[in-house]
Design a protein around this ligand. Structure first.
Ligand code: ATP
Ligand code: MG
Length: 331
């Protein structure tokens, strides 16, 4: 960041109300509030437990894959009807049913549907890294879905209370808020996105938009807010052109890297906790994803519902999974 032409927050800042401290300097990057809302601190900090924002990001990633398939369908057939639910969309576009239901199919069909689900999970991943010296975690969520054009990133990935999903029953999000909760758990977040080429409209730029998000604590004021680096006064983010994005091997989709992610613990046990917690929070996700928890080989993530169904299949259908306990004295 030291190499970037950033105007420091004490020279440019949003004040409560619609006032600005300092003026915009052309050609420089400025910290602008997420959602262009100086009062965003309270809402973004509502995140609570640190696993939930990661689940929000993963769900957004699933939606970006579904929406990409829907947009591709509409290019081929503009009158194609909307899927009525996320699961219907996944079945129509990717060919597999609920992940736990796959476990109850006959051998041949189960193998076929599992293979289809496994193909999809390669497009969505979450990665946990540990910076050993500082004992800091980084969490990266990457999808290869629809992505956003550089000119639209501030209105989507960095917006607040805005959503383009409300009229789409085949998507999940409704509030325009979920994704941003991760900003409050991290010290810095890097956001990069590139629109999928086959759904780009004419005139929309290729290339990848990028920005960094952090908390700004104004001197002498108590209300902190979350801000991202903007390149224009209208709030657009900086970007690299298509050739540069290609050279960096950055393909379509979205990349969120949350640096200094605070799980409340600093040892590697969090890798195991993450596996358990994500499978619990995303109990029966509409599609699987991959978890790289402090290692370079992925674990396929399909939710606890699938794990239970699989276990029942292995043990035979008549085995109950419940454990029985002797009566316990109440002290
Ligand atoms: N991975 C992604 N790829 C492309 N666009 C995304 C991605 N994640 C978020 N977006 C865009 O950013 C917007 C904001 O996401 P956010 O999760 O905050 O809200 P939402 O999903 O619309 O609703 P909810 O608050 O219920 O999750 C979305 O409406 C979508 O347009
Ligand atoms: Mg969402």
């Amino acid at each position: 960041m030291a190499a970037l032409p950033i105007v420091p927050p004490d020279q440019y800042q949003w004040l409560p109300g619609d006032e600005r401290l300092g003026t915009w300097q052309r050609g420089k990057l400025h910290w602008v509030p997420v959602g262009r809302d100086r009062g965003n601190g309270g809402r973004i900090k509502l995140a609570g437990e640190p696993m939930n924002p990661l689940a929000e990001r993963l769900v957004n990633g699933m939606e970006s894959l579904i929406e990409l398939a829907r947009l591709q369908e509409r290019i081929k057939n503009p009158t194609a009807s909307m899927p009525a639910s996320p699961r219907e969309a996944v079945f129509r576009y990717f060919g597999f049913p609920k992940l736990d239901a796959i476990e109850r199919l006959d051998d041949d069909e189960r193998k076929e549907k599992s293979a289809l689900a496994d193909k999809v999970r390669k497009h969505l991943s979450i990665r946990l890294d540990l910076e050993k010296k500082r004992k800091e975690f980084t969490v990266t969520i990457r999808d290869h879905g629809m992505g956003q054009t550089p000119a639209n990133i501030h209105n989507s990935l960095l917006s607040l209370g805005r959503t383009d999903k409300a009229d789409k029953p085949y998507l999940i999000g409704v509030f325009g808020q979920g994704g941003s909760s991760a900003f409050s758990i991290a010290k810095y977040s890097i956001v990069v996105s590139r629109r999928a080429p086959d759904i780009r409209k004419s005139g929309e730029g290729d290339g990848a938009g990028w920005t960094i998000v952090r908390e700004i604590q104004p001197k002498g004021l108590r209300g902190a807010y979350y801000a991202y680096l903007a390149a224009t006064e209208a709030g657009e983010v900086p970007f690299v052109d298509a050739a540069q994005a290609d050279a960096a091997q950055f393909e379509q989709g979205a990349h969120f890297c949350h640096i200094g992610y605070d799980f409340g613990v600093s040892d590697s046990s969090i890798a195991r906790t993450m596996y358990q917690s994500l499978n619990h929070v995303l109990f029966n996700p509409v599609m699987p994803y991959e978890l790289y928890a402090l290692r370079n080989t992925p674990e396929p993530m399909k939710g606890t519902a699938q794990r239970l169904a699989r276990r029942v299949r292995m043990l035979g259908r008549n085995v109950a999974l419940d454990k029985s306990f002797a009566q316990q004295p109440v002290l």
